[in-house]
Design a protein around this ligand. Structure first.
Ligand code: H79
Length: 440
């Protein structure tokens, strides 16, 4: 009788496990972003990153000048003079549009803790400045009207909130106000209120772009919990890998030793490695600093196009950053540079938007992208008269430039040699269109 009882119990437990385990697994996976949800972002390729806050009054870096070049006392009072008299959200969105960008990501809150929106949680926000207008609201509305997808950057680490327990918040020697003890759970509640405000008051958002995940109080479990929280507030929202702890430094890819969450990798200030099986996005500054710096060194048009095309050819997106000035304007020379990129995309966008990176990995002469049966060969180097493509599984029907000019080529059993046109070369990127008999 006892033995029978044991067997019976065992069977019951097994049945329960068989029912519950798959349920548990599907609850996890149903929250994960699907390829369909990622598609708009993968097709978009190019977005505008905006780093902005009271620190622009000093012209120092938003990410690491508090308690360094600018004393904590001075830094935390800059907002009282932050008066963006020339700010016009529609103008910013038009700059992004003219550049051929499809989405905008703005620093709703950077490491310094200042909130660019009307939050109920702290008076350290845009409504307490002389400007007294909600930047996030105006920008989100301007984006929606223009068909640009509005997204927000949010720093998990926060130097301003005593509840976030880090040593670096106010530079060397910084001490918490007397009687205050950090409390990470309380800080997470504060953060979740922010994120709910951002999503419900200004959403739906395209991407929630986290940063500042590297300090010790942030853990893998907290990352997973936050990912699920955001996705429950807005199903379909895309979240970068910095929500969790798996990012490999500035290279930005995701470690595989744990079940790290996040929908795309985030190389910073560099073009990511060739990776076509997992989404990624390079974030890079148009000048050197993230926040505005007077007379900062700006990248040339050739550099910008090279970065964009190399990124897309490697399978990634590009999030190119501007830091607007304290009066609310984006520097004219940056606006002009962005327009030049947009003019280039106007002609060559077919080889960028909606494509996939590769299938030929980056070569000494440039990169490739493809869409349907078409392979786009991007010749980035402006020297040399021929290039060699490795052997393709599909055969070539036609090779030409966008304007229809035929391009001479020869296929051998080693691959295909393409003779580059002598005139019609684009020193920034000569795009050669290769029509194939099937998908490359
Ligand atoms: O918002 C911009 C910068 O202000 C911000 N990220 C971009 C998108 C940024 N904050 N700090 N940093 C960049 C540099 C931080 C580098 C390090 Fe680390 C943090 C070095 C060690 C800890 C990141 C995490 C790289 C290695 C681990």
């Amino acid at each position: 009788m006892k033995v029978k009882n044991k067997i019976f119990k065992g069977v019951i437990i097994t049945i329960c496990l068989c029912i519950l385990l798959p349920l548990h697994a599907s609850a996890q996976s149903s929250i994960q972003t699907t390829p369909e949800e990622m598609q708009w972002w993968k097709d978009a390729k190019f977005g505008l990153f905006i780093h902005w806050g009271p620190v622009s009054l000093k012209g120092t870096e938003i990410g690491w000048s508090r308690g360094q070049q600018v004393s904590v006392e001075e830094y935390d009072n800059l907002y009282k003079q932050f008066n963006l008299t020339e700010f016009n959200a529609v103008e910013w969105v038009n700059v992004a549009k003219a550049a051929g960008m499809k989405y905008v990501v703005i620093t709703s809150k950077h490491h310094d803790g200042f909130c660019l929106w009307n939050t109920k949680t702290t008076s350290y926000n845009i409504l307490s400045t002389p400007f007294k207008r909600d930047v996030i609201k105006e920008l989100s509305e301007a984006c929606k009207q223009s068909g640009i997808t509005f997204c927000t950057y949010y720093s998990i680490l926060d130097w301003y909130q005593p509840d976030y327990n880090i040593s670096s918040r106010g530079g060397p020697g910084y001490k918490l106000p007397a009687g205050q003890k950090p409390d990470m759970d309380r800080y997470v509640t504060y953060m979740k209120t922010h994120l709910r405000e951002l999503i419900t008051n200004y959403g739906p958002l395209g991407v929630m772009w986290f940063d500042g995940e590297w300090e010790e109080p942030w853990t893998h479990d907290r990352g997973l919990d936050l990912y699920k929280y955001i996705r429950s507030l807005q199903p379909g929202i895309i979240i970068n890998n910095r929500v969790d702890k798996g990012r490999r430094g500035m290279e930005g890819s995701t470690e595989s030793d744990k079940d790290y969450t996040g929908d795309f990798d985030t190389p910073e200030q560099r073009v990511g490695n060739y990776q076509v099986n997992r989404p990624w996005e390079t974030c890079m500054t148009i000048c050197r600093q993230w926040a505005w710096k007077p007379d900062d060194t700006m990248k040339s048009l050739k550099e910008c196009i090279n970065i964009l095309v190399s990124t897309v050819g490697g399978g990634g997106n590009l999030l190119l950053n501007v830091g607007p000035m304290p009066n609310g304007k984006i520097e004219q020379r940056q606006v002009d540079r962005l327009k030049e990129i947009g003019d280039w995309l106007e002609k060559n966008g077919e080889s960028i938007y909606g494509t996939n990176g590769g299938p030929i990995p980056p070569q000494s002469w440039g990169v490739t992208t493809h869409k349907g049966n078409t392979l786009y060969v991007h010749v980035l180097s402006d020297t040399g008269s021929v290039i060699a493509l490795p052997e393709l599984k599909s055969s070539i029907k036609k090779v030409s430039l966008f304007d229809g000019t035929p391009v001479v080529f020869e296929t051998t059993n080693m691959g295909t040699v393409i003779k580059l046109p002598e005139s019609n070369r684009d020193p920034n990127d000569t795009v050669i269109v290769v029509e194939l008999d099937r998908m490359p």
